[in-house]
Design a protein around this ligand. Structure first.
Ligand code: PLP
Length: 379
């Protein structure tokens, strides 16, 4: 699933941008869009802007007539600023300020997510007559970055809320779910698709013809563990759709974030300090200029394990603990994940995190401890 990062390496060698930085190869992003198009020809692709909101990424995808999934007014402004027409935008966050809903509706956006009654009531007030879809709570087993519990409702609640949406003057159009980010098991889409079909049938009995099924994100990038090929996801998802919906397939949306940009980026860091710590079980500690608070938030709990390379590759290796530059003791990147890196690594050397195009620079928005957010370069 990886694309070639040759162009990124050439840029890093020639331009020597200050570290830490993320370099994105837009050709890989475009290739990802085309791969999705080929595997899911009857689905609309809504890029989840949160994964990497760099204006060049948005522009590259907008040129391919991609649609966009938004989480906030800031993301809306970025897409609109990049010339994306409102008909290609969906407000997929289930947690929205009422004034933000009103502003998005005034802008012309008319597709919104919800998962509970108060949010639905808010939509009815701030976006009267808008199209709305209900997010289901689904298991996130198999996801390396789960999104459970915070979002979604059960099947019966979804049916009740979709009926209520009509009463409130909204247009209930369908359901969505998210099987968890970096989902390594394609079969995790099967149960939610079956639940969605049951909701479609139940609503039809109440005179509501649902037409939209949002299959969410979850398609993986290429980290340390192998993941199934995109073709396998397409096969399992399409089989499930055929089983549950037959030939009456609804209009389907995909909301890829990580898959679209993850493998398109490299996070380049510099070693700030290499030190032996004498305490029991001590190791060689490698402190980088990026960490949990600038660029690597998804190493929290060592959940996402990036593939790492260094400017000393080829030298003898040994166990190391990798940590970030801040004064916070939680700013440890990998302690238990068993990374072995060259023991010659020293201050000034480079450490690259591969497949780091998603959820790296977008998270690092505040200069905690005065360390500047990670800059993005798009090539
Ligand atoms: C509503 C929604 N859609 C899509 C995504 C993108 O998910 P992924 O990066 O796993 O593709 C997210 C991620 O948090 C999300 O919250």
């Amino acid at each position: 699933m990886t694309g070639s990062i040759r162009r990124i390496d050439e840029f890093l060698t020639k331009a020597m941008p200050p570290t830490p930085c993320v370099v994105i190869d837009l050709d890989i992003v475009r290739a990802r869009f085309h791969a999705l198009r080929a595997q899911f020809p009857d689905m609309s692709i809504y890029y989840a802007v949160k994964a990497n909101p760099a204006p060049d990424v948005i522009a590259a995808l907008a040129e391919l007539e991609c649609c966009f999934d938004l989480a906030s007014p800031g993301e809306m402004a970025r897409c609109r600023g990049g010339g994306v027409v409102v008909g290609r935008l969906s407000y997929g966050n289930t947690i929205k300020r009422e004034t933000d809903v009103a502003a998005a509706f005034a802008e012309g956006i008319d597709l919104f997510a919800f998962d509970c009654e108060p949010e639905l009531a808010k939509l009815a007030r701030a976006a009267p007559g808008a199209r709305v879809f209900c997010r289901l709570l689904v298991r996130n087993t198999g996801a390396e970055w789960p999104l459970t519990h915070k979002f979604g409702c059960d099947q019966q609640t979804a049916i009740d809320l979709l009926v209520r949406a009509r009463t409130l003057g909204l247009r209930p159009v369908g359901v969505s779910f998210h099987v968890g980010s970096q989902q390594t098991d394609p079969h995790q889409w099967e149960a939610p698709i079956a639940h969605a079909a049951a909701i479609f049938h139940a609503c039809a009995r109440q005179g509501i013809a649902l037409s939209l099924l949002n299959l969410g994100g979850g398609l993986p990038a290429h980290y340390r563990s192998a993941v199934p090929a995109l073709e396998r996801y397409a096969e399992v998802i399409n089989t499930a759709l055929g089983r549950e919906f037959g030939t009456a397939r609804p209009h389907m949306l995909l909301e890829p974030g990580r898959y679209m940009v993850g493998d398109a980026g490299v996070l380049r860091c510099e070693v700030v300090l290499a030190a032996e710590r004498p305490h029991p079980g001590g190791h060689r500690w490698i402190y980088l200029d990026a960490g949990r608070y600038n660029g690597l938030p998804e190493t929290q709990g060592e959940m996402i394990e990036y593939r790492i390379r260094t400017s000393r590759d080829g030298d003898p290796t040994g166990r190391v603990i990798l940590a970030g530059p801040t004064c916070d003791s939680t700013d440890i990147i990998y302690q238990r994940a068993g990374y072995e890196l060259p023991l010659t690594l020293t201050a000034g050397d480079h450490v690259d995190f591969n497949s780091a195009g998603a959820y790296t620079s977008s998270y690092a928005s505040v200069a905690f401890n005065g360390f500047a957010p990670v800059r993005t370069w798009c090539i």
